[in-house]
Write a new protein. Structure first.
Length: 396
């Protein structure tokens, strides 16, 4: 991979080959906007200059990034690609060259996108990992060459790592965290939206005048990750594992949950560039069956405790802070782990952070709920649960 600084009219090259001339690609039709099912609040209600969004600490960075940076495309709550910076896009006849059209008045424009990518190590690494070989601005178009043909627009272009900082915003999004606070007190302060999975908080909000509850997309799947050569408790692999997962969703997790079902994005990672060089997980765990989980994640803790209960006293669970969990995975300090993963991965080769040789057993999927002020302004929900003010042209 070659890196460098690129100015106006230059090409971002990540490998051999060059984009095809843009005149070979016809003007692409405009794709549809977000589905009305992805709207929260009330269309037509003027939005204030500042919108307050209260979310769990683990979500605050993603929500802030969704409102601070723009990507070529976005994914709505149903997983459909919708316009972001690009108003339209189309492939050439081979499917290896994609042209994204940015409006004439769009700021940032095609040159800004290419320049931002070329100056970001994270963006360059992700583009290379995802098989993007070159990107060249051509007026209001960005012409991108892929290593392999794509039948539909690559979802990687909705990833926040490829976001470009917005030059100006008609309104500010203030992101606040629920960390260390009683979320019921926050409900009383009537923010524009409060996101939670706590059933006690949701029950409190449902009985409070002036609020309404809207479920967000299913966006998280909890898995049991097993160190190489390890096997889950005998009770976990039953003659009807679907029934077992349904019991976990119903009884072990307090938040809204359902049985995990395929397809799973991690099922085939053979195409990843590092699949042959990923560091194997060491097997340092002792005979005692131990399960680690992210400290502070109530669903992960509940699932770990349920599996411990099935182990008839031979298993124990321990919550680990993020750095400790990362180290434990690398050195094989524990036999198994309960991990939350995104249901939809835009970059599987990047998101498969566990060492080679580990096995994953999907358990349950979860989603959160948005508590909104009645008659509040409309917000658009993304596939990852991100929230943005609705700015769809023509929306009443």
């Amino acid at each position: 991979m070659r890196r460098g600084a690129f100015g106006v009219g230059t090409m971002l090259v990540l490998g051999c080959g060059h984009p095809a001339p843009s005149h070979l690609v016809p003007e692409p039709p405009a794709p549809p906007g977000p589905s009305s099912a992805c709207l929260l609040g009330t269309s037509g209600v003027p939005a204030p200059d500042t919108l307050t969004v209260v979310v769990p600490q683990s979500d605050s960075a993603a929500v802030a990034a969704a409102n601070e940076f723009d990507t070529l495309i976005r994914l709505d709550c149903e997983g459909r690609p919708v316009p972001g910076l690009a108003s339209s896009w189309a492939p050439d006849s081979t499917g290896t060259v994609w042209t994204f059209v940015l409006p004439d008045s769009q700021v940032p424009g095609a040159v800004d996108v290419a320049s931002a990518w070329s100056s970001s190590g994270a963006a360059l690494a992700l583009l290379s990992l995802s098989g993007v070989r070159a990107a060249a601005p051509d007026g209001r178009r960005l012409v991108i060459r892929l290593e392999q043909p794509a039948e539909s627009v690559p979802m990687i272009f909705a990833d926040h790592a490829l976001g470009v900082r917005r030059h100006a915003s008609p309104r500010a999004i203030v992101v606040r965290s629920t960390e260390g606070r009683d979320a019921r007190d926050l409900v009383d302060q009537s923010p524009d939206v409060l996101v939670t999975e706590d059933p006690d908080v949701l029950d409190y909000a449902s009985r409070r005048p002036g609020t309404m509850l809207t479920p967000l997309p299913w966006d998280r799947v909890y898995v049991l990750l097993l160190a190489p050569g390890r096997r889950p408790p005998r009770e976990l692999i039953t003659s009807d594992s679907t029934t077992f997962r349904a019991q976990l969703a119903r009884d072990a997790v307090r938040s809204e949950a359902r049985t995990a079902e395929p397809p799973y994005w991690w099922s085939d990672l053979r195409g990843c560039a590092d699949s042959a060089t990923r560091v194997p997980m060491e097997t340092g765990a002792g005979a005692e069956a131990s399960i680690g989980y992210p400290a502070g994640d109530a669903a992960a803790r509940s699932l770990a405790e349920r599996i411990v209960a099935l182990g008839n006293g031979s298993w124990f669970a321990r919550g680990l802070a993020a750095p400790e969990l990362e180290t434990a995975l690398r050195v094989g300090a524990m036999n198994a782990y309960i991990l939350p993963l995104p249901i939809r991965s835009l970059a599987p080769c990047r998101d498969a952070t566990w060492p080679a040789g580990a096995a994953l057993v999907p358990l349950v999927e979860t989603r959160r709920t948005a508590i909104l002020r009645k008659n509040g302004p409309a917000l658009v929900v993304g596939a990852d649960g991100s929230l943005r003010p609705d700015a769809t042209p023509g929306r009443p």
